[in-house]
Design a protein. Structure first.
Length: 574
């Protein structure tokens, strides 16, 4: 398959998935297009070729929602704001004024994926066995995961939606589906947790390189998705276990790596801080950081091409007019961190230094370096080209036309920490942030009682997870976080009556640190609005989301704050 392009596989996939339906609006959510409906008996998927092409047909359908997965999660958060050059639809996202005509509010695109998944699952020959193995077991698990992930997106975006798990091939079936009571986030998550559990150990297929991309990363890791579903459903012990087992799997362990944005040794030694800091983190689909992505086309002629690069960056295609830009929120959060570095004095004595926050070459380099090292801004004279913007912006290593990342190492570790914390293990969760969770650090920074209680959730192979390949996530932008005395596990001013009282005191405070870290690590990737939403719903406190979003431009927008204090306005109109 190395010579196959996505385009060729998609065309065949659409032919094999003949029952793919075309949806038009929410009122006709599951309306079928008779020209695309074929008799079910004529479309049994019997051969490996049929199966591969059908799976790739579903991947094609996912391309339609790839960009909005980022945009709806990012432009509604507190880290990004739109510019005057933004389209009407993008401005509507940012101001929570989306209507049913908005280009990014097409619920039918999600149900197109779901109906293709339902059709595949209903028609694949699951009994076919070769060499003692079910031939289509891997593809079956892949499609189950696609469907569950798509429903998770729907629940995040629309709040509650009809659950349709059978292929819709007729108008009568469409009407029956629409008569169902919508299911909310918790119900959807609980349904798909049970649906996916049997496939947690299923080996996913390997199709090799397709369009020079690793096709195995087209598929959603089942354990990581189960972690997400459990996290949203409030099943924290299970979530932590699924994340842990995914990261710690002996056959394919996933340490954090030691990639970081950092000042050079010369800057630290001379205390000059005049050089441009380096950034070894690569967030895009082509890096080891990426665990799963939606592949996109190289050009519009072949299908759907991502537009994120042109929305967040100054390019020739947009005449240098970026449509989205970092908000005050990410600038303030980044600058509020302390960059701590260790070094050795000339006499051999170890010492620590905190990087300055003033008199730097660029203000974006104050504090945590993850933002400053991916963001460039310059004013360029364009006297000869009046149509071209003078404001040149680049957000590097986050976007690439050929793929939209949906699972990445750093963010999985942070969700793991969130689950550990809510499961009642704040020391372990904080260790993920500050030190890195590997056996030596578990023994050093997690007390005996928590180690014993959390043992299945925090055990890692000492040969696979070491100081050489694991760091605290905070160190990816704030230097040697393990030496930063100001970055510490929250403790009550006075000893509380019981250990549980102390744990209860710590959990919301550690959670705040985790959510801040998610912003520093995952800015511009589309997670922020949903991270705030998840915690706000958990706490029953709408202001947890409304306050930071309303302040994203530096002052409180009372109109947006008032709007977001009503949770109904968190969701798009159907």
């Amino acid at each position: 398959m190395n010579t196959k392009s996505i385009k060729h596989l998609i065309i065949a996939g659409l032919l094999c998935c003949g029952a793919a339906t075309a949806f038009t609006s929410c009122s006709d959510l599951l309306d079928t297009d008779s020209e695309l409906v074929e008799f079910q008996d004529a479309n049994r998927l019997q051969s490996p070729t049929d199966s591969v092409y059908s799976v790739m047909g579903i991947v094609y359908k996912m391309q339609a929602i790839a960009d909005r997965t980022v945009l709806l999660g990012e432009l509604r958060g507190d880290l990004t704001t739109v510019t005057g050059a933004a389209s009407k639809d993008l401005k509507a996202i940012a101001t929570f004024s989306i209507d049913q005509q908005n280009a990014y509010n097409r619920i039918s695109d999600y149900y197109a994926i779901i109906n293709n998944c339902n059709y595949y699952l209903a028609n694949i020959n699951t009994t076919l066995v070769k060499n003692g193995r079910k031939v289509f077991e891997g593809e079956y698990a892949v499609v189950k995961a696609f469907r569950a992930w798509t429903y998770l997106q729907l629940a995040q975006i629309y709040g509650s939606v009809p659950l349709v798990v059978e292929p819709v091939l007729t108008e009568e079936a469409s009407r029956k589906a629409m008569q169902q009571s919508p299911m909310d986030m918790t119900a959807i998550c609980n349904y798909f947790i049970d649906d996916l559990k049997p496939y947690v150990d299923t080996k996913l297929p390997a199709y090799g390189q397709i369009d020079a991309m690793n096709s195995q990363k087209f598929f959603i890791p089942v354990r990581a998705l189960l972690g997400d579903l459990c996290l949203w459903a409030g099943r924290y012990m299970e979530a932590a276990q699924y994340y842990h087992d995914y990261l710690a799997l002996r056959t394919s362990p996933i340490p954090t790596s030691v990639s970081a944005a950092k000042w050079s040794d010369d800057d630290i030694r001379t205390k000059e801080f005049r050089r441009e800091p380096s950034n070894g983190i690569n967030y895009t689909f082509e890096s080891a950081e990426c665990l799963a992505f939606i592949p996109m086309e190289s050009g519009e002629f072949y299908g759907i091409k991502s537009d994120l690069l042109n929305i967040f960056n100054s390019t020739d295609l947009n005449f240098q007019y970026a449509q989205a830009t970092p908000a005050v929120g990410i600038r303030q959060l980044s600058a509020a961190q302390d960059y701590c570095a260790t070094y050795t004095l000339t006499d051999g004595t170890p010492d620590t230094i905190y990087a300055p926050k003033e008199n730097l070459e660029r203000s974006e380099l104050a504090g945590d370096l993850r933002f400053g090292t991916i963001y460039d801004y310059d004013v360029r004279s364009q006297e000869r080209f009046a149509r071209v913007s003078e404001n040149f912006q680049q957000i590097k290593k986050k976007f690439y036309n050929r793929g939209v990342t949906i699972y990445r190492v750093g963010m999985i570790y942070l969700r793991y920490a969130e689950a550990l914390n809510r499961a009642g293990y704040p020391q372990s969760a904080f260790t993920v942030l500050k030190y890195g969770l590997y056996p030596t650090n578990v023994s050093k920074y997690v007390d005996e009682e928590e180690r014993k209680a959390a043992s299945p959730l925090i055990s890692f192979d000492a040969d696979l997870f070491t100081q050489a390949n694991t760091i605290g996530i905070h160190s990816r932008g704030s230097g040697n976080a393990e030496c930063d005395l100001g970055y510490a596990l929250p403790m009550p001013a006075e000893q509380l009556a019981t250990r549980q009282d102390t744990v209860n005191y710590q959990i919301p405070l550690v959670e705040n640190l985790i959510i801040n870290e998610m912003a520093l690590e995952g800015a511009f990737e589309g997670y922020r609005f949903y991270d705030l939403m998840r915690v706000a719903l958990r706490r029953g406190d709408a202001s947890y989301l409304a306050d930071p979003v309303s302040r994203r431009d530096g002052i409180v927008n009372e109109s947006i704050r008032s709007l977001l204090l009503d949770t109904k306005n968190w969701y798009l109109p159907k």
